[in-house]
Design a protein around this ligand. Structure first.
Ligand SMILES: Nc1nc2c(ncn2[C@@H]2O[C@H](COP(=O)(O)OP(=O)(O)O)[C@@H](O)[C@H]2O)c(=O)[nH]1
Ligand SMILES: [Mg+2]
Length: 324
């Protein structure tokens, strides 16, 4: 594959080239990993910057509906929108959270939109690393907004937050008068909480839920990357396209402030460090995952079990050997 040519096509806005590049970065073949790394390096200097928005919410809360209508609102303003997903369940189910393209039918046909389902890999870490590169590819391809969707299970919010400039939490109106079981850690990551389905019979509950969350947000420790009034909770109706313009206005205002104050660039630099360390960690683990390394492990494990050598000494020997 001609990496320079592929790189030029991507920055030229060729969508098929972008799709091919994403397939390339998702590959686990060693030779293709090398090409993927060269491609990412080549695109680094494209000098384009999208607004990367992480979007999380439990199944059924309205993520697909939101992405469709929010995405159409953005493309309607002339913006180019890419949608990616980090789906920790895709490995198990073989499906993907973007699989329900029926709810994004109009957006997927929009010439200014690009929708890509989650890569199918067995580990969240693998999915996350590749999605992070896909985000960078979309950015190099000139997309103005990259939406990264995830379902609220396990560690997926954390990894999505590590590749986003903004983290948006979508919630449903609560039935009773208690807050939904949103973990404190997730609340602390949110820049914007959107209580969806604020329409019809659900509107009063949505309004109540929203003020509950606004109260909860005020109790959190103030973050240096927030201007007055953030993080913020507001109601929307993704289905009826209500509040989406306002939500976008809040997002752009927050991004503008963070850019001005240097928080935007600082966060990206911090994220680059994080993904560098992740790659190193993954690379080390991958060295254990070869036939020779597995045999070495088995051999040393047997010697440890027999009491011939201590675990620490055996581990040091293995580490020295796989580091060669
Ligand atoms: N009333 C109402 N229903 C909504 C809204 N947004 C989504 N829904 C409905 O909630 C269900 C789940 O929506 P979906 O977008 O598939 O949720 P996802 O699983 O988070 O992607 C669907 O039946 C939607 O029509 C909304 O703003 N108001
Ligand atoms: Mg969905």
């Amino acid at each position: 594959m001609d990496i320079a040519d592929l790189s030029a096509r991507i920055t030229g806005g060729d969508r098929r080239a972008l799709a091919r590049a994403i397939t390339l970065i998702e590959s686990t073949r060693a030779d293709q990993r090398g090409q993927a790394a060269a491609l990412m390096e080549a695109l680094k200097s494209a000098g384009r910057e999208a607004i990367r928005i992480g979007l999380s919410g439990t199944p059924g809360v309205g993520k697909s509906t939101f992405i469709e209508n929010f995405g159409l609102m953005l493309t309607g303003q002339g913006l180019r929108v890419a949608v990616l997903a980090v789906d920790p369940s895709s490995a198990r189910s073989g499906g993907s959270i973007l699989g329900d393209k029926t709810r994004m039918e109009r957006l997927s046909r929009d010439a200014r939109a690009f929708i890509r389902p989650s890569p199918s890999q067995t580990h969240l870490g693998g999915v996350a690393r590749r999605t992070r590169e896909a985000v960078a590819l979309c950015e190099a391809a000139g997309f103005d907004v990259v939406l990264i969707e995830t379902v609220g299970v396990g560690q997926s919010e954390t990894v999505v937050a590590e590749m986003s400039d903004l983290f948006v939490l979508l919630l449903a109106p609560a039935g009773g008068d208690e807050l939904q079981g949103v973990k404190r850690g997730i609340m602390e990551m949110a820049d914007l909480i959107l209580v969806n389905k604020a329409d019809g019979d659900l509107k009063p509950a949505a309004t109540r839920t929203c003020s509950d969350y606004a109260g909860a947000l005020r109790l959190l420790r103030r973050r240096p990357q927030d201007p007055e009034g953030f993080p913020k909770a507001m109601t929307v109706s993704a289905l009826h396209d209500d509040g989406l313009v306002r939500a976008w206005a809040e997002m752009t205002a927050l991004v503008a402030w963070r850019r001005e104050q240097g928080h935007f660039a600082a966060r990206r630099a911090e994220q680059a460090r994080y993904w560098f360390a992740e790659e190193v960690r993954h690379g080390l683990l991958a060295r254990l995952d070869t036939p020779a390394a597995r045999a070495l492990m088995q051999d040393h494990a047997a010697r440890v079990a027999a009491g011939d050598v201590t675990p620490a000494v055996a581990a040091a020997e293995v580490l020295a050997r796989i580091g060669e």
